[in-house]
Design a binder for this molecule. Sequence first.
Ligand code: ADP
Ligand code: MG
Length: 464
Amino acid sequence: MTTTVIDPRSVWDAALGELQLRVTRANYETWLKHTVGVSLRDGEFVIGAPNAFVLEALEQRMFSLISETIEHVLNEPVNVSFRVSMSSGGSSVAEDRVPAPPTPARDAAPASTEPAQFEWPPYTRLIKLNARYTFDRFVVGRSNELAHAAAEAVAAKPGSTYNPLVMYSGVGLGKTHLLHAIGHRAVAMGLSVIYATNEKFTNDYIKAIREGTTEEFRDHYRNADMLLLDDIQFLIGKEQTQEGFFHTFNALHMANRQIVVTSDRPVSALRLLEDRIQSRLTGGLVVDMQPPAIETRLAILKVKAEQAGHDVPESVLELLAERVYDNVRELEGSLNRVIALAHATDSPIDVDLVTRAIDDMVDSLTTREAPPDLVLDTVAAHFGMGIDALAGRKRDKKTALARHVAMYLLREDAKLRLTAIGRVLGGKDHTTVGHGCDRIAVQLGVDSALRRQVANIREALAAS
Ligand code: ADP
Ligand code: MG
């Protein structure tokens, strides 16, 4: 049997890369920069600190952050311990390799930073709900009636019907709209509602950790009567924020406070979320929404036209409803475009105008998405290999990375479906493609070198 030898130094370097994103620059420079990965044996990870002072600070203030980060890198639990050691000559992240111990004033609190970096705004109770996203402006059809009914039920009796309620659908199909609609009702009932996109939740949480104000963070989120969390898929790959979410979730759930979450993919496909979060999410009710059928699209267009204060002929609405079919946001956009064009050219809203407006729109849609061939060419060129290598079976590190980046960009920028990507890449299975895409998505969160590479490729794509 062969055993894999994992080099503690490279593990720690990877962890440092991640930590660099999570702590302030000052904290990083003072406490982490001159540390090294000393050994990894039997689940024990030893980190070397340049002196006892740093050691103590790491132990007391960053222990769980460090443990978590290493576990994230290794993908398994470890016991972390520290010892004074610079014998290994400095980590490769600390390029200057000068083991000069940092010399902060002895009385400085270890996690402190320059005052300028402390200017985070306090958590606010402000909720920002879009006034147009109400129940009476939501058109119900076969594709969304279940989600709509569940949302109504939850709004009528928060905390006592379905908890949590999870709504998922592809983009632009009304998740955020329903989430806000629930929020409006709850506010009208005098409940305190927190609406957060997961981006905001993550930022708040990371700030709180950085600041040592996790108590305030908890209080803020846990005192809500209702927590509306939009786009939970953004938690993928953010283990630490998942932890924060998990605890917030439990506290609210135990107190029978309503939690509503949206996701742009089914919960079962959020496979990079921790199991315990997945099982919490499926513990209430999960409903999905599909693209609306033509009669619902037509009804939506009528509502939107009325809201915009325009009398749009039925024939025009029908034409639009036929042309744009799998995204309500784009459907709405097509109507707005027609109205704008009518204003701009001072012409009546008729079928002729629609044809012009739509032709424009089709152009802009196609230029917005990168052509798949171009993505393949550009990725291959960037990695100095042929397209055949991307579509081939070779699995060395470089080829695998290039292939995964290609998958990712074909999904994100060329908007291909997983099965289509598999086909383009020499007949690969859609789950393989899904894994490849997710791998890059996660890695982009922690690997700045990869971020740069992907940015370069995108620049090259935009230039051609
Ligand atoms: P998602 O959050 O699923 O990406 P949104 O809730 O942002 O989608 O919806 C996109 C746009 O489409 C919004 O302007 C929303 O009002 C509108 N929309 C979606 N579904 C409906 C519907 N059933 N009735 C009315 N408007 C809708
Ligand atoms: Mg949304």
